[in-house]
Design a protein. Structure first.
Length: 143
């Protein structure tokens, strides 16, 4: 079950493949994400210095305390991946593909980030996606 989802990703991007990674978080951020107080819309994953980071993910503070006021809500967070996976992702980004978060979920007590290697859709592809979605909705209502 997903705690946080990026719902508009399938409208704007075509997901080529999916991967998962661990997140390096503070304790209060984990509690906030488990209460669905995070947003990954507009976030992206970058490769810098042989490490992967998620940029643009916003996590609201769990409770107001002094430590929460000192930390930023949209700070850059490190992803926990193997070197071979990071090298694979670096080659994909050089080809012009984007790395975008799809959802955050709980796996045996640990928070995992599922992200996709995505290609941006053009206008005609977006229209086609919307038509297909509307057709499925009409088909469901007829039954």
């Amino acid at each position: 079950m997903a705690l946080v989802e990026n719902k508009k990703i399938n409208l704007n991007y075509e997901v080529k493949s999916k991967m998962e990674a661990g997140l390096e978080l503070f304790g209060n951020e984990v509690k906030a994400i488990r209460n669905s107080k995070a947003q990954i819309d507009g976030a992206k994953i970058i490769i810098r210095g042989g490490e992967a980071f998620i940029v643009g993910m916003s996590v609201q503070p769990y409770q107001s305390s002094e430590k929460d006021k000192q930390t930023k809500n949209d700070r850059t967070r490190k992803l926990l991946l193997k070197k071979s996976e990071i090298l694979k992702l670096a080659t994909e980004t050089e080809k012009g593909l984007s790395l975008l978060p799809l959802k955050i979920y709980d796996s045996h007590g640990l928070l995992k980030l599922e992200f996709g290697i995505c290609k941006r859709k053009n206008k005609s592809d977006k229209r086609e996606t919307l038509k297909l979605k509307e057709f499925k909705r009409e088909k469901k209502s007829v039954m």
